[in-house]
Design a protein around this ligand. Structure first.
Ligand SMILES: NC(=O)c1ccc[n+]([C@@H]2O[C@H](COP(=O)([O-])OP(=O)(O)OC[C@H]3O[C@@H](n4cnc5c(N)ncnc54)[C@H](OP(=O)(O)O)[C@@H]3O)[C@@H](O)[C@H]2O)c1
Length: 161
């Protein structure tokens, strides 16, 4: 309020009104996708959830896979891929064939290849190069393959397994 000639008049606000910060203002956590509900998929998903991400699994058997970390979702590979732009491939290289048939659903996605082989030199090309050949429209990144599911599950300082 300001006073003009002994009378007061309301000032027009010149600034935008501020709203209190609340749940509505909090950003929605990013959704990350994991293909494969085995040992590494489960352990990685648990850590991602603990880090504040949302997690969706793509599985061959979304209605009968084993127990998954609380808070995650599980659906078909196609549906799960639609929900995220980054997909961790927690499947053995021997089973990558299904990804070729899924290639149209994976175009433009980032695929993280976490696979290891049981022996050196059993395949003519590295696993990530093979995956990139199967899904040329995706961007394949090699990484996290030196983490162990056991260590992820039990804590990185819990011991070597
Ligand atoms: N375990 C580790 O500590 C570790 C560490 C570093 C890297 N890795 C790598 O991570 C990958 C997964 O290892 P893992 O130990 O998690 O193996 P795993 O326990 O055998 O799980 C593999 C998952 O792949 C899916 N799968 C199996 N056969 C399939 C098929 N024919 N087509 C499509 N999906 C299939 C299954 O999930 P659904 O039934 O849900 O489809 C299965 O649970 C491997 O490449 C491994 O080298 C593992």
């Amino acid at each position: 309020m300001r006073v003009v000639n002994g009378t007061s008049e309301m000032m027009k606000p010149e600034s935008v009104s501020l709203h209190p910060l609340g749940a509505a203002a909090a950003p929605v956590p990013e959704m990350l996708c994991i293909f494969g509900t085995g040992d590494l998929g489960r352990s990685l998903g648990l850590r991602l959830l603990q880090s504040g991400y949302r997690v969706v699994y793509g599985s061959r058997r979304p209605h009968s896979c084993g127990p998954l970390p609380q808070g995650s979702q599980v659906m078909s590979h196609e549906a799960a891929a639609q929900s995220a732009s980054l997909i961790f491939i927690c499947v053995h290289r021997e089973h990558y064939g299904f990804l070729e048939t899924m290639a149209p659903h994976l175009a433009g996605k980032v695929l993280v290849d976490l696979s290891n082989n049981l022996k050196k030199g059993i395949y003519p090309e590295p696993n990530a190069a093979y995956l990139q050949r199967l899904v040329p429209g995706a961007a394949v990144v090699k990484g996290l393959n030196t983490l162990s599911a056991w260590a992820l599950q039990n804590g990185l300082l819990a011991g070597k397994q």
